[in-house]
Design a binder for this molecule. Structure first.
Ligand code: NDP
Length: 279
């Protein structure tokens, strides 16, 4: 196998990632002689990784925390959605240039379409105002959502996000306004980084109890979290981050290989890998 027959995940850290566990079986199932690798990359090493991609020493890359914004800034060309999100999670080398896309956005929307969400009738709450939250807000706007409230512990960041997107469907508020806003919300998304830490919740769970009965609570964290447990206890439907992860990976796979992603193989491999980890 030539050294260029590889795709990597750029981030710091990357060891926790489930991506190799479903990307490699997908590549293998189509008989593609390509390895999916983990590329732990401190910021100082990022230019070298991008040089390798530009020079054709790899077929492509995924990008994760904390480099999505830095990689966006280093691309030669980006998709419209990546431009709006200001973040890139997929790199495709093309004739010595680097094209960046944001397939997290696709993954999020597809995971909601699977639940037959009608975006044009949807009011949503997004908890958090970091890079992940911005991608979710862009995804919802692009899907045609009616209104979004961005709630954050630090209100200035929520205000900044709303202002940066310049769309009057987006409003900002502090996290403790969740209950007052929840009765109209058909979707509430945890896009804070709380899911991976301890037992904290990003909102007062009383907010779940006033949401419409068909509302969905979504957590970008791809495991069971206190947030999802509290939402389920209030009778809400829930979605964790695994469907989004798999669908973003499927779109990335198609960008790199030009072939339809074997989504069923990816999904069962991701479920098995998560179960093996005990998450
Ligand atoms: P950032 O560090 O940019 O932002 C973190 C956000 O979490 C901020 O809004 C911050 O609020 C909030 N926050 C952190 N700690 C607390 C706390 N104790 N109480 C209340 N709010 C808190 O992170 P990202 O946006 O890059 O990532 C957020 C999460 O999304 C990560 O867990 C990441 O793994 C996940 N993600 C999942 C994806 C998937 O495919 N499933 C894709 C992309 C991201 P404040 O501004 O007040 O500090």
């Amino acid at each position: 196998m030539s050294d260029s027959r590889r795709i990597g995940l750029i981030g710091d850290p990357v060891e926790h990632s489930l991506s190799p566990f479903f990307q490699q079986p997908a590549l293998d199932s189509l008989g593609l002689d390509i390895r999916y690798e983990l590329w732990p990359t401190p910021l100082a090493a990022l230019p070298g990784r991008l040089d390798d991609l530009r020079a054709g020493r790899a077929l492509g890359a995924n990008v994760t925390v904390p480099h999505k914004e830095a990689v966006f800034a280093a691309m030669d060309d980006v998709s419209d959605l990546a431009l709006r999100a200001g973040a890139v999670n997929t790199i495709v080398p093309r004739n010595g240039r680097l094209f960046g896309d944001n397939t997290d956005i696709h993954g999020f929307v597809v995971s909601l379409r699977e639940r037959e969400v009608r975006f044009e009738e949807l009011d949503a709450i997004v908890l958090g105002a970091g890079g992940a939250a911005r991608g979710i807000v862009v995804a919802l706007l692009n899907a045609g959502v009616r209104r979004i409230h961005v709630l954050n512990r630090t209100i200035a960041r929520a205000e900044h996000l709303a202002a940066a997107l310049g769309d009057d469907r987006v409003r900002s508020a502090t996290s403790n306004q969740a209950q007052a806003l929840a009765s109209d919300a058909g979707l509430i998304v945890n896009a804070t980084s709380i899911g991976w830490q301890g037992h904290d919740l990003p909102l007062d769970p009383a907010a779940f109890c006033v949401m419409p009965p068909a509302a969905i609570a979504y957590d970008l964290t791809y495991r069971e979290t206190p947030y999802l447990r509290a939402a389920r206890a209030a009778g809400l439907a829930t979605i964790d981050g695994l469907p989004m992860l798999v669908h973003q990976g499927a779109r990335s796979f198609e960008l790199w290989t030009g072939q339809p992603a074997p989504i069923d193989i990816m999904w069962s491999a991701a479920l098995a890998a998560r179960a093996a980890r005990g998450d």
